[in-house]
Design a protein around this ligand. Sequence first.
Ligand code: SF4
Length: 306
Amino acid sequence: MKLYAPSYYKKFKCIADKCDHSCCVGWEIDVDPEALEKYENCKAPYGAEVIDSIVKDETPHFKLVGDERCPHLDENGLCKIILELGEDYLCGICREHPRFYNYTSVSEVGIGMSCTEAARIILSSPDYAEILCIGESSADPDSIDFDGRAYREEMYRILADRTQSYSSRLTEIYQRYSVNIGEDSIWLDAIDSLEYLDDSHRQLFTKYSADCTAIGNDEYRERFLAYFIYRHVTEAFDIDDLRSRLSFCLFCERLFTSLIASENAKSLNEIATLARIISEEIEYSDDNTAALTELAEDLNSLSRKH
Ligand code: SF4
């Protein structure tokens, strides 16, 4: 079936040694069976080093070294597997990162904000609603009747209507999909109970307030929300699921707004760093995403009962 992507997708290229927050540091990198087989059959001298660096437990992964670095990241910030063996020897995660996929009646790909370079591209692209066919995908279409993509288009029509102020567009989205914000204290408790890669971010996220305004940064807030909608709403399987997913996205937008305001972030780099932190700590943790989505779901069903 066809593979689609936002038009900004093709601007992405890993900046490798110029990256100030490499994804090769701090994350455990799993080695998929196909890559493991390639490494085991590799005759080049570096193949043996790759094999020695893999912990072969239930999920094989690279053993991180000092400061939680991937053992194949050299002192110049370059990947030794690419340098010594070529890109074909990358494992699936390294080849794909920061790409993610949505599977509905079609396949869609995007770039994830946990990569600051991707965050910079997303936040500087006003044309997020332009979704282009970029090729074919080998995945099969799903059999769900509900059309999350059509709802996403409707949300994008509201979000991209720049004849209205950003706050009016946001209010329209909350109202049209009956999203209940809930008290700050409820969200602050939830923020405190999340798991964190860097515990200082727990403190940072307590700056959350639904009343925050990040004056002059509406275009960044709009593009941030559009990205979250693309990534998290598209695969909704019914209207209640869609509402919960959207509520999660709107919470992340409020958190983003709160952090821009509290940190007085002004430049694209400063703002992209905050987007990256939210992405890395929240949407790249299945547990955190599930906890916040469930809370949003509870708040919505509570408000429907009253
Ligand atoms: S975070 Fe992004 S730009 Fe940096 S090394 Fe990883 S993929 Fe490349």
